[in-house]
Each structure stands twice: as structure tokens, then as C-alpha cells.
Design a protein around this ligand. Sequence first.
Ligand code: FES
Length: 130
Amino acid sequence: MFKLNRWRSKRQCRTVQTAPAGAGENPRFIRVASMHEVQPGTGKLVTMMGRDIGLFNVGGRIEAIDNTCPHNQRPIGTDGIRGSTVTCFWHNLTFELESGICTEAPHFKIRKYLVRVRKQEIYVSPGSRV
Ligand code: FES
């Protein structure tokens, strides 16, 4: 005899066990820059599908953030990079590039994007949110 509740519980367990983070999404990546354009300790602004994205090279790892400050919706820019943080030049709030969280006001968080680097080319997934 078919037991619906048992089937549902097995199905939910199976889904939890096999679903990696971001499952169900099939992120597509768009080439936005080359590694030589974003040297370690620097940033570069690129436009991807009409959005301004800040690329930052933090010790060889590329982080991609939305170039809109959550404090007042103004552009953050790339000049404020210091180590693994960037400071918005409008009101000097600082954001961790890895998490996107503001160090002074953690309720402010920058939107981040998935990044892939293949053969020295940087790709960003426009639909991703990290
Ligand atoms: S707009 Fe960025 S800190 Fe205020």
C-alpha cells in the first residue's frame, strides 16, 4: 500500500541530501574582464547587462559586488579598496569584500555575485546572489 506521508518524508530527505547550495539555479557566467586588468589590491568597474559591478582583486581572488552602496544607493567606486575591504567614499562606510557586510553597520550588505576565473578571464554570473 502506498503511504503518502512516508513518500513525502523520504522525498524531502532526499532533496536535502542531494541539493547543494544554489541547486535549482543554473548560473550562467559572462566574461567581464581579464585578470591583468584587475591587479592585486586594485579594483575595476565593469558594466554587465546594464549593472555596474565592482571587481576587486583580494590577494589573487576576485570578488564581484554591486556598485551600489546600500546606505544611500550611491556608487561605491573602487578607489576605497584596502586589503579585503572597500570604503564607500560618500560617507566612509567600510564593507568586507568577502561577505559584503558593512563593518560599522552590519545591517548594510552589498549584493555580491558569483565569480569564475578561467584561463585568466573573469566571468560573473548576473543572476547570482551570494
Ligand atoms: S552612500 Fe555609501 S556610505 Fe553612504
